[in-house]
Design a protein around this ligand. Structure first.
Ligand SMILES: NC(=O)c1ccc[n+]([C@@H]2O[C@H](COP(=O)([O-])OP(=O)(O)OC[C@H]3O[C@@H](n4cnc5c(N)ncnc54)[C@H](O)[C@@H]3O)[C@@H](O)[C@H]2O)c1
Ligand SMILES: [Zn+2]
Length: 678
């Protein structure tokens, strides 16, 4: 390949990766690989200025512009940051600054938050616009979405803020929320987000602000711009911003020497693993704004700042064996069991191998030494084999289902193998039951994965329809279940008979029919008989339904076992047709009461609380007034609502107390902590 071809190839690749990363929020290579390619291109362009091109990815900020939003020009260009993984390059940065400034200077060290950059404009203390970085010159106007983020002030506190200024920061998705979203996506067989940054950027570009609000984004701020800023020092401006109500991290330090800078870097290399959100390095900024001006910028980066990025943490350990897990739709996933090793603050015992192709590409043997990495992703993965144990035979991907022995099959064009024995393969049956009873499906609370396992072992349930023949007397005999929980289970099963058709359809667990698809199908076909009779052609004419889904629906209903299952469920009284919006009254406990909801909830979603209020005879209202009976508060309730409630002497009730009041249970706690997957 000639040098020119090499340059062109790298440019094309980098453009493509930028697009996948910023627009699709779905990168296929690691950041480190991306940065290496970028450095390689920079080196080639430097050595061969004759092939320079102003459109090269080395000269431009990667663009996140999409066609769905209004475009807004930035007042000041929004640049990227030069980055390095090496401490000696930081010394170079320091030396260059001393040479160019030729006077003393301070460096402010901050965390490099791994989210999406955002620019906010404030006028007279009010948020007037929020814009993404876009291509650095223009960005997407995402004001409505940003306004759903509770920690971003819509009105500033105090009075010493400039009339007009811009503040920049990072929109983040906390690890906890990231885990929950991915667990939900996994259940619905939607592609998982690789890391919180991709999830945050995907969220910010959603068209429905209500959906954005549900994702519980957060925001940290790290730079102020404008004509009349309070101070010439970046550090002081950030402290001011904090006093006006912005979230500014306490992990910020003024340094006079490189020594202090390295201290900060080394300290946070370990400590950052304890933070509730992702970070990928440290940012160094010259403190004085006057000195920043003197140093200026390139087309892509300021010369007064640089990012030091931490290497993804890696470790070497021994492969003990490979386990093959069967999911509820029969898909088989190879998982590596490893000798436990400490990595990025947690003990790692397992790593995913995704599918047969990925697994066989490593040619693994029991006793191999493998290099594992935990980068932006929380699920560790195998990077390479560092020592091959040839004493042992290469581990092959299985041909028979590890649970039921059926021959596995592979769908044309897909990487995964699956067990076709839907009707009697235990992990599939159990998985289907767990899916059926889950919160977003039939919401049969009181039964968790362990109880399903127990019921299954005792042969009380073998498939989902058996749930409806369970008798309290059978349950009470099981160890671990008290009278109260048996009652709750029976009540939840009974209540599930009024769950609307679209959720029943989702609950059936038809391959590729997630929550959204189920809704689209329910509204298009109105009832299960019409859906069961339909053809792939009719199905494909429905919005959001592609050929793959259509095929899957048709083959589901062609199966006699599924036909019988649906018939049975119909007899038990489940909803198999769209209903006009009517509420089934469960009690009149809340009769005559007007309730306002505020905050973030743990046990049920806001929408579920709204329907619970209606089901118990109450009325939900959006604003507090003298008519309000009480305020149902979750975590971080809106401050204005709280103040108003207090001033009117209106009682505030927590979600647990509320659930007790109406006699509903708390169900499975949906929010789980980091690291529960592996
Ligand atoms: N894997 C891929 O395919 C792929 C593709 C494109 C880009 N990338 C990654 O993204 C990087 C480029 O992205 P980028 O231009 O957003 O740069 P960046 O993320 O490396 O650094 C710049 C950004 O850092 C953020 N930031 C966080 N904390 C900050 C702080 N305290 N002060 C100032 N800024 C702070 C800002 O949003 C700023 O825009 C690449 O280096 C690469 O690692 C990866
Ligand atoms: Zn099987």
């Amino acid at each position: 390949m000639s040098v020119q071809e090499e340059i062109e190839t790298l440019r094309t690749e980098l453009h493509e990766h930028n697009y996948r990363y910023y627009v699709l929020s779905n990168p296929i290579i690691s950041d480190m690989e991306f940065d290496q390619k970028m450095k390689a291109l920079e080196a080639l362009e430097l050595a061969h200025p004759e092939y320079d091109d102003p459109n090269s990815p080395t000269h431009r900020v990667g663009s996140d512009l999409t066609k769905e939003f209004v475009k807004v020009a930035h007042r000041y260009p929004m640049l990227s940051l030069g980055n390095t993984y090496s401490e000696s390059e930081l010394s170079d940065f320091f030396d260059r600054a001393s040479r160019l400034l030729n006077e003393s200077f301070e460096i402010v060290c901050e965390l490099k938050f791994d989210g999406v950059s955002i620019s906010l404009l404030y006028e007279d203390g009010k948020l007037i616009r929020a814009t993404t970085r876009g291509d650095g010159v223009t960005g997407d106007d995402v004001t409505t979405n940003i306004k759903t983020i509770r920690s971003i002030p819509l009105q500033l506190i105090g009075s010493d803020y400039p009339e007009n200024f811009e503040i920049r920061g990072e929109v983040l998705l906390p690890w906890k929320v990231f885990d929950t979203i991915n667990q939900e996506r996994e259940m619905q067989e939607e592609p998982l987000f690789a890391n919180p940054r991709n999830a945050a950027s995907g969220t910010l570009k959603l068209q429905n602000p209500k959906e954005v609000a549900k994702r519980l984004l957060d925001g940290y701020f790290y730079y102020m711009l404008g004509e009349n800023l309070p101070s010439d020092e970046h550090y002081d401006n950030m402290q001011k911003a904090k006093s006006w109500g912005f979230k500014v991290s306490d992990a910020i330090r003024k340094c006079k020497s490189l020594h202090e800078v390295f201290d900060f870097i080394h300290y946070w290399e370990k400590e950052r693993n304890k933070l509730p959100f992702a970070t990928d390095g440290i940012v160094l900024k010259i403190n004085s704004l006057r000195q920043q001006q003197l140093l200026g910028t390139t087309a892509k980066n300021p010369r007064w700042a640089v990012a030091f990025k931490y290497q993804a943490e890696q470790a070497v350990t021994t492969l003990q064996n490979i386990e093959f897990q069967v999911g509820r739709t029969g898909v088989v996933t190879p998982v590596a069991n490893l000798e436990p090793v400490l990595l990025a603050g947690t003990t790692v015992k397992r790593a995913t191998l995704h599918n047969a192709d990925v697994m066989t590409s490593f040619h693994l043997h029991v006793g191999d030494q493998v290099l594992i990495e935990k980068g932006g992703e929380i699920i560790p993965k195998i990077v390479s084999v560092t020592y091959q144990n040839n004493q042992s035979k290469e581990i092959e991907f299985i041909q028979l289902c590890p649970s039921c022995g059926t021959h596995l099959v592979r769908v044309e064009g897909e990487a995964g193998y699956y067990c076709p024995n839907e009707t009697s393969c235990a992990p599939q049956l159990k998985g289907k039951i767990e899916h059926f009873i889950s919160r977003k499906a039939m919401n049969i609370d009181g039964i968790g994965a362990e109880t399903v396992d127990l019921l299954f072992q005792k042969q009380l349930i073998n498939n989902i329809s058996d749930l409806y023949t369970l008798q309290p007397a059978q349950l009470i005999r099981l160890e671990r279940l008290g009278e109260k929980s048996v009652q709750n289970i029976m009540k939840a099963i009974e209540n599930s008979k009024s769950v609307p058709f679209e959720r029943v359809l989702f609950a059936l667990g038809i391959r590729y029919v997630g929550e959204k698809v189920a809704k689209a199908l329910a509204y298009a076909f109105k009832n299960i008989d019409a859906l069961a009779r339909t053809t792939t052609i009719d199905l494909a004419s429905v919005d959001e339904i592609g050929e793959k889904i259509a095929q899957s629906v048709v083959s589901y209903f062609a199966d006699i076992n599924n036909q019988q299952l649906v018939e049975l469920l119909k007899q038990y009284g489940l909803q198999f047709a769209i209903q006009e919006q009517t509420t089934v009254l469960k009690s009149t406990i809340l009769d005559g009461k007007t309730i306002v909801i505020s905050g973030v909830f743990v046990y049920h979603s806001r929408d579920e609380y709204k329907s619970l209020i209606a089901q118990h005879g109450g009325k939900e209202a959006s604003g507090i007034s003298a008519k309000t009976t009480f305020l149902l508060t979750g975590d971080q309730p809106g401050p204005s609502k709280v103040t108003k409630a207090k001033s009117l002497g209106i009682q505030m009730i927590t979600e647990t107390n509320f659930l007790h009041m109406i006699g509903e249970s708390e169900g499975d706690k949906p929010v789980q902590t980091q690291g529960t997957l592996f």
